[in-house]
Design a protein around this ligand. Structure first.
Ligand code: HEM
Length: 136
């Protein structure tokens, strides 16, 4: 991820951050549409879940310059996700739902460079979580 990717991510995320619950709802609506098989894995309140996802993304964006700090959190999350019954292929569905949500929320501000930057960040996040889940 380049420095200009980081700027694009910070700027685009600033728009969403004020609308955490809304964005979370949009995300889960899309995820369950494209991957209905993951719906039963979620036992708790989906609104609260949407906010948690946004909070993790907030941490990821805030720690773009502290990859090791972020990796510690993500490794723990990755191990926990295995316990939730999450499979590696589900990460692709979550990535697709995330990109769809960003496009739906940001509209024309979701340019190709912004899309590439988010795809790269999500790939890094999912990569660390998946690697940790394989170790446990
Ligand atoms: C890579 C990005 C992801 C991030 C940042 C993320 C973030 C989170 C967070 C912060 C929690 C709450 C954990 C806690 O309360 O301790 C959580 C729970 C959960 N996540 Fe994820 N997650 C990701 C990917 C996925 C994927 C790919 C799936 C598969 C469908 C998934 C399914 C779940 C489930 C089932 C729970 C537990 C919900 C419940 O107890 O009802 N997550 N996630």
């Amino acid at each position: 991820m380049t420095e200009s990717d980081e700027v694009l991510i910070r700027e685009s995320f600033a728009h969403l951050h004020r609308r955490k619950a809304e964005t979370g709802a949009l995300f889960y609506g899309r995820l369950f549409e494209i991957a209905p098989e993951v719906r039963p894995l979620f036992k708790g309140d989906i609104r609260a879940q949407g906010v948690k996802l946004m909070e993790t993304l907030t941490v990821a964006v805030a720690t773009l310059r502290d990859r090791e700090g972020l990796a510690i959190l993500l490794r723990k999350l990755g191990r926990e996700h295995r316990g939730y019954g999450v499979e590696e292929s589900h990460y692709d569905s979550v990535g697709a739902a995330l990109i769809w949500t960003l496009r739906a929320s940001l509209g024309p501000a979701f340019t190709s460079p912004v899309e590439r930057a988010w795809t790269s960040l999500y790939g890094e996040i999912a990569g660390v979580m998946i690697a940790a889940s394989r170790e446990s």
